[in-house]
Design a binder for this molecule. Structure first.
Ligand SMILES: [Zn+2]
Length: 87
């Protein structure tokens, strides 16, 4: 495994090495998902995420092509039910 050393600039940006971008076919304008776990930052290409919280797990795709996770969908349904009960 090859390691790439890069400096973080004053705005928090890091340039992804060309070799890695080519390996993932990562183009300018592509979206990436990032998360921090056990002191490491994981970065994945073009993974669908929840429109509300950004989670990539347990997604349901909506008619408009956006996705929400089951946790957010359940919160919306609970709030809708509470709002309905108050009427
Ligand atoms: Zn969510």
């Amino acid at each position: 495994m090859k390691y790439h050393l890069r400096k973080v600039d004053e705005l928090g940006r890091v340039v992804l090495p060309l070799e890695l971008r080519m390996e993932l076919n990562l183009q300018a304008g592509d979206c990436v998902t990032m998360r921090c776990e056990n002191g490491r930052i994981w970065l994945e290409k073009n993974r669908a995420t929840c429109w509300l919280c950004g989670s990539p797990e347990n997604l349901v795709e909506l008619e408009n092509g956006a996705s929400v996770c089951m946790s957010c969908a359940e919160k919306i349904l609970q709030q809708a039910a509470q709002t309905d009960e108050q009427k």
